[in-house]
Ligand binder design. Structure first.
Ligand code: 13P
Length: 287
């Protein structure tokens, strides 16, 4: 069932667990994540970056595929189709295409402009029942062309953005997209605590979920994080499983070249990774 992400994240925040956002790239990714959510009886958020949307020939295609697949597979757990790191124009495209949730990433604008644009998009999305995520501070590294310096969020700015009526908030706390460097200083729990105190009960979002140690994840959830984004980790396990299949020569045995066989190990690897994360985040049986 495609729904806004508001209710599932309010429940997660109150219940002290987090819902995973897993980014999708194609049919295999989408099917693997939807089936795992159903098997785990967990709510789930499908994240779509603008780059991935373009790769899949546009947000209309993505929305049509996800909606049809959700119905065809008989998925009954709550599923939100969410734009990840949306531009101002990208948000409107996804609202029109039938997404159930958007993220406006105005973190690279001066705070006044971030506020102005976020406010407008809060009204536009809420008018149609979509949920909306905003960002303050920035997530380090690169997410599909969106580059961030990784500065920690200012709690006062977080409060200003929260007061606009956003449904959940991504605050930079030293997190980075992609793999973490050896010399990474870790998450700034000081910042997270200050942001959490400033925004009250608003669910917080932890981007850059790949490679964050389990104990930091658990601590972040205890400090108000109710949505955790994972992308690179699914890409890595897909790549590793596909490589192993080919290196074992399985693509050259019988009909092993059939794309349905060739992509199957990667598909299963994504399923296993998503299940592992849902267990860690505590969202199993919370649908
Ligand atoms: P990772 O690719 O580091 O898991 O980050 C995902 C993310 O934050 C998407 O917005």
């Amino acid at each position: 069932m495609l729904v806004s992400a508001k209710e599932m994240l309010d429940k997660a925040r109150a219940g002290k667990y987090a819902v995973g956002q897993f980014n999708i790239n194609n049919l295999e990714w989408t099917k693997a994540i939807l089936l795992t959510a159903q098997e785990c009886n967990s709510p789930v958020i499908l994240g779509v970056s603008e780059g991935a949307g373009k790769y899949m020939t546009g947000m209309e295609t993505v929305a049509a595929m996800v909606k049809a697949m959700d119905e065809s597979l008989g998925i009954t757990v709550p599923v939100a189709l969410h734009l990840d790191h949306g531009s101002y124009e990208g948000c409107y495209k996804c609202i029109k295409a039938g997404f159930t949730s958007i993220m406006f990433d105005g973190s690279h604008f001066p705070i006044e402009e971030n506020i102005e644009k976020t406010k407008e998009l809060v009204n536009a999305s809420h008018a149609l029942g979509l949920s909306i995520e905003a960002e303050v501070g920035s997530i380090g590294g690169e997410e599909d062309g969106v580059v961030g310096a990784g500065e920690c969020a200012d709690p006062n700015e977080c409060k200003m953005i929260a007061d606009l009526g956003v449904d959940f908030l991504a605050a930079g706390i030293g997190n980075i997209h992609g793999k973490y460097p050896e010399n990474w200083a870790g998450l700034s729990f000081e910042t997270l605590e200050a942001v959490n105190n400033a925004v009250g009960e608003l669910p917080l979002v932890l981007h850059g979920g790949t490679g964050i140690p389990d104990d930091m994840i658990t601590k972040a959830i205890s400090l108000g994080v109710a949505k955790i984004n994972v992308n690179t980790e699914c890409q890595l396990v897909f790549q590793e499983a596909t490589r192993a299949y080919i290196e074992a020569g399985k693509d050259q045995t019988g009909k092993g070249f059939d794309p349905r066989k060739l992509l199957a190990p990667g598909f299963e690897a994504i399923k296993a990774k998503v299940k592992e994360k849902m267990e860690l985040f505590g969202s199993v049986n919370k649908a």
